[in-house]
Design a protein around this ligand. Structure first.
Ligand SMILES: Cc1cc2nc3c(=O)[nH]c(=O)nc-3n(C[C@H](O)[C@H](O)[C@H](O)COP(=O)(O)O)c2cc1C
Length: 375
């Protein structure tokens, strides 16, 4: 192994927990759950990223209540009976050396949707009997196509119930053995719906000015922090800009300062998603297009950030870390393309020529094979 260690492959300490490296599998919903339970599909889908030596492996978004699912096939942490299935997953991820991480969510007005690849008019797998449910939101405004159903406006008492459910989901995530928890506060789901004046037209204490619109998301973050062990880190995913012109980077920085005061450790900086089409992103979707948001939040709120979005290879990831724009690198679709992304990135960066980072059941053979390959 070479002596130089790229930042991507140095450990990252968060409270009492250490990620062995800074490569993270981004949360990616798979629509494969029944009743929110982890099954064999999730074990294989996520297990291969642990064999691929990502430092942190995130599950997809897990709903805190059934109506907070995006689709009927999402994972859940809304009931104690779901804990055991998650425990099986966290055991495996940790056994292979990754931190086990989960993302908790409420979809709000963007719930009850078809899978992304369903044909118009279809809702999930035909044989599974998926049904629509009444979605909820800060106001009665729909997110627009393809999120057609109009939400029911949440009453203040119902918002307080949802805050409690965020806390209960955090307690279950801890019982299930997760090392890291992330609140999904981005992509136009319920928390983001409250932040933006475009979706939140309330005139009670949960609406109005920015402080009012932040009240519910901050209360949810507090509830999670209270129910999540002190020594375990907590992330939040934000849309730095909502994609519809109602919430911008300056708002996100102010929000991140409040989140830091509550005890959030890392801001996972994404963007967009408030409305169906989300056409108002100020940047083109090009390589690393959301990195400037991670940098702005990191510098503006003095808080660690995770960069995500079209980060494709080791040198690109390393450059982001070296420039100080972010502390962690989340890989989404490129991890679907290459579940061994982290190991390949280590080779690209010249720090694992001998396959030492690989599980020895693979690495020993691959190292020996080197001599048999054409020069
Ligand atoms: C199949 C798929 C499912 C996704 N599900 C989630 C999710 O559950 N929660 C979330 O915050 N983002 C979700 N995302 C967004 C990704 O986490 C990531 O932010 C996005 O794909 C951009 O990163 P990439 O260019 O590396 O893919 C999903 C993306 C994909 C491709």
């Amino acid at each position: 192994m070479s002596l130089s260690r790229p930042l991507l492959f140095t450990p990252f300490k968060m409270r009492g927990v250490v990620a062995p490296n800074r490569a993270v599998v981004s949360p990616m919903v798979q629509y494969r759950a029944t009743d929110g339970l982890v099954n064999d599909y999730h074990m294989v889908h996520l297990g291969k990223f642990a064999l691929g030596k990502f430092g942190i492996v995130f599950t997809e978004n897990c709903a805190i209540e059934p109506r907070g699912r995006v689709t009927q096939g999402d994972l859940g942490l809304w009931d104690d009976s779901q804990i055991e299935s998650h425990r099986r997953l966290t055991r495996f991820l940790k056994q292979e050396g990754s931190l086990a991480a989960t993302q908790i969510t409420h979809s709000g007005r963007k719930g009850s949707t078809p899978r992304s690849f369903d044909k118009p008019g279809e809702l999930g797998p035909k044989e599974a009997g998926w049904q629509r449910w009444q979605v909820v939101g800060p106001s009665e405004l729909s997110a627009g196509e393809p999120y057609a159903p109009a939400p029911k406006q949440l009453a203040a008492a119902e918002i307080e119930e949802i805050v409690k459910k965020f806390g209960e989901a955090a307690r279950r995530a801890d019982a299930a053995g997760y090392d890291v928890i992330e609140i999904h506060g981005a992509h136009g789901y319920l928390l983001a719906q409250f932040l933006s004046p475009i979706s939140n037209t309330r005139n009670d204490q949960y609406g109005g000015d920015r402080a009012g619109r932040m009240r519910f998301p901050l209360a949810a973050a507090k509830a999670v922090r209270t129910n999540w062990p002190e020594h375990k880190p907590m992330f939040i995913r934000v849309s730095a800009v909502d994609g519809a012109g109602g919430w911008d980077v300056e708002d996100t920085i102010a929000y991140a300062r409040e989140l830091k005061a509550i005890g959030i450790d890392v801001v996972d900086t994404s963007s967009g998603g408030l409305t169906g089409l989300s056409t108002a992103l100020p940047v083109k979707r090009s390589l690393g297009f959301q990195v400037p948001f991670a940098a702005a939040v990191k510098r503006g709120a003095d808080i660690p950030t995770m960069a995500v979005g079209l980060i494709l290879d080791g040198p690109q990831a390393e450059e982001i870390l070296q420039s100080g724009d972010a502390d962690l690198i989340a890989i989404g679709r490129q991890a679907l393309f290459d579940p061994f992304w982290a190991l390949h990135a280590a080779q690209e960066l010249g720090c694992d020529a001998d396959f030492d980072m690989w599980t020895p059941e693979y690495g020993w053979w691959l190292e020996k094979r080197k001599n048999n390959l054409p020069k």
